[in-house]
Design a protein around this ligand. Structure first.
Ligand SMILES: [Fe+2]
Length: 453
């Protein structure tokens, strides 16, 4: 592995923005898929090395589908203040518009937003032009997660922001009309990297895990690293705000939540992709993150070529285990959390039928190196299909309102060195329905979304 693996192979950026129309299709696309598929990810400018995969400027790839046709593909950088050369930190403080906007795309209150967890959302047009940063009338003064949670019952968008300076964690609630109503500081002991969280019908669940800001790493890439001394906790908070019940768990890291819900016994059930300390270190070092003890990390510019010791001395003997789907069953009254591995495949990017966010739901979808995987958490059955390429996050699109939980399609960009396709799979059995042959390779990136007309 080289020091810049995040600029190579399937992660290599593309050098320019292009447009293509009337794209070739294999198979048949369901006419119900009329709308846009947008996928965000880092795409450094030609010659640029951001120091970490997560730090490259965001580029959104879009495919416009209508009535079984693929009308266009285009890719556009998000025109952020960062892309224009403005610094994130200066003598005037932190500029939350000088961020890469590279992680996800969501639509709320008819606004399409490109998100990154370090700063403000950037509004995009349906044609992928950049409107500009959004601070909700000046009410947003913190960062804004790339993984907001839309409550399917209320239409509220639950959001948080984390940062290196106090307050380390802040919760926000936006109404269905896009008004930022509530902002509450959540008390946590330190500045951890909190990439995702979960909601249920009545709770928000915080992931206070031991990947912690380190000022010595400022200046290049991501100034966060594993910290053995921090501990690991889940926090259960009344949705909307209130006292947080913190529950210690075995140290681990979670980038992504699958779903959470309340069971009939009053437990909070949380499904997420869990990294062991060693698998986190292996992943983090592979994308530009510091992984060694603080002295070595600082002397070596934050990198030690995949060293397998964490700060504090965890020996990363579990590096090869990868990240896998786990379940925590939390008793918020007793303050306990039982941990269970649901499957040992190495996967990431869990998705669900978004109509069931925070509600009991049976199916989870994830991707492995060359597989798309479906879990039936009711029966325990796992279905995996090899897609002969690297699959990106598989976005679930329901066939219609009121359909069965898995009646719909999965959309995933599958890439090889030779190119990329937008695959459409039947979510019930993972068979391919059709695919759009894209005019160029799409670099492996982060999160996509389907925006129906
Ligand atoms: Fe993410």
């Amino acid at each position: 592995m080289t020091d810049t693996a995040y600029l190579e192979g399937l992660l290599a950026p593309v050098p320019d923005e292009i447009d293509a129309v009337d794209l070739p299709i294999r198979g048949a696309l369901p006419p119900e898929l009329t709308g846009r598929y947008f996928r965000n990810g880092p795409n450094p400018l030609p010659g640029q090395d951001p120091g970490h995969w997560f730090a490259g400027p965001g580029m959104v790839h879009g495919v416009r589908l209508r009535d079984g046709r693929a009308e266009w593909y285009r890719n556009r950088w998000v025109r952020t203040a960062s892309l224009a050369g403005k610094p994130f930190v200066s003598e005037r403080g932190v500029d939350r518009t000088a961020v890469p906007a590279n992680t996800s795309v969501v639509r709320h209150d008819d606004k399409i937003l490109a998100l990154v967890e370090s700063g403000f959302p950037y509004e995009l047009t349906p044609e992928l032009g950049t409107v500009g940063p959004v601070d909700f009338g000046g009410r947003l003064t913190t960062a804004f997660t790339a993984h907001p949670k839309l409550d399917p019952a209320t239409g509220d968008l639950h959001v948080f922001g984390y940062g290196a300076l106090p307050p380390y964690l802040t919760y926000h609630r936006l109404t269905a009309a896009g008004e930022l109503l509530d902002t509450r500081v959540i008390d946590v002991p330190g500045p951890t990297m909190m990439h995702d969280f979960a909601i249920t019908e009545h709770h928000a669940i915080w992931l206070d895990l031991p990947v912690v800001f380190d000022a010595h790493l400022l200046g290049r890439g991501m100034p966060y690293q594993w910290n053995d001394g921090y501990g690991a906790r889940l926090g259960v908070m009344p949705l909307g705000g209130g006292p947080v019940r913190w529950i210690d768990i075995d140290p681990c890291y979670v980038f992504h939540v699958g779903n959470a819900y309340e069971d009939s016994a009053g437990n909070v059930v949380l499904d997420a992709v869990r990294y062991t300390p060693g698998s986190f270190l292996a992943e983090w070092s592979g994308i530009g993150g510091a992984t060694a003890g603080s002295e070595a990390a600082h002397a070596g510019g934050g990198r030690t070529g995949g060293a397998s010791r964490a700060a504090g001395g965890v020996v990363a003997s579990d590096a090869a285990t990868g990240a896998s789907l786990y379940r925590w069953t939390i008793d918020p009254v007793a303050g306990t959390a039982a941990e269970q591995q649901l499957d040992d495949r190495s996967v990431e990017f869990p998705t669900i039928n978004d109509a069931l966010v925070g509600r009991p739901s049976r199916y989870r979808y994830t991707v492995g190196d060359t597989e798309i995987v479906k879990y039936d958490t009711g029966s325990g059955a796992v279905t995996a299909v090899d897609v002969a390429g690297r699959p990106g996050e598989a976005e679930f699109v329901a066939a219609r309102d009121g359909a069965a939980e898995d009646e719909g399609w999965l959309l995933s960009i599958v890439s090889t060195p030779g190119g990329s396709e937008l695959r459409c799979l039947d979510a019930r059995d993972l068979t391919e329905v059709g695919a759009v042959l894209l005019p160029r390779r799409v670099p492996a990136g982060f999160h996509g979304c389907w925006l129906p007309d």
